[in-house]
Design a protein around this ligand. Structure first.
Ligand code: PNS
Length: 161
């Protein structure tokens, strides 16, 4: 079964990676789709985010592919024969908005949304928090893959020398 893990991934965290790898085990074929959102400022370009995702999913080669998308997620799914969207749920606070999106996406097409309970090790984790903590010198090792850790340090030093 071909599924999609969509998101901003600015940058990918160990929480994302956990969901992506579990989806690969369950469904066999996972497309990780990075949203191109011109209205939203980001720390990493879409190309950089894709590169990092490719590096950290390299061991799942053949099962995971990474690409970008813009427009409606359901159109992306239809064009690629993707039957389901897989989302991690960290806490009840994620649920309202995720349910709303799932129901809208189902209303638009017959694409299904499958929720995966986030590993409790990462239930407090988000890309925004990682960026915030790293910006002010906090230690985010263990929360993002090592390649991301290095890129974060490099980028933050350039943006806030
Ligand atoms: O990592 P994010 O930013 O929480 O991911 C949100 C994402 C990319 C899954 C969501 O914004 C999305 O699907 N955007 C594409 C546009 C779309 O289809 N909007 C209608 C959703 S009901």
């Amino acid at each position: 079964m071909h599924v999609v893990c969509p998101g901003s991934f600015d940058p990918v965290t160990n929480g994302h990676l956990d969901v992506i790898s579990r989806a690969a085990v369950l469904y066999g074929q996972v497309t990780v789709a990075v949203l191109v959102n011109k209205g939203k400022s980001s720390l990493f370009t879409v190309e950089e985010r894709i590169e990092m995702l490719q590096e950290v999913t390299a061991d799942l080669e053949g099962q995971v592919q990474v690409t970008s998308f813009h427009g409606l997620l359901v159109d992306f799914c239809r064009d690629r024969g993707i039957v389901a969207i897989v989302k991690g749920l960290r806490a009840v606070s994620d649920f309202d908005y995720e349910l709303q999106m799932a129901q809208m996406n189902h209303r638009l097409t017959d694409v299904e949304t499958l929720f995966m309970a986030t590993n409790p090790l990462y239930s407090f984790l988000s890309s925004s928090l990682v960026k915030d903590v790293a910006t002010y010198g906090g230690d985010v090792s263990g929360l993002v893959p090592d390649v991301v850790l290095a890129r974060l340090a490099e980028r933050i030093a350039t943006v806030w020398p």
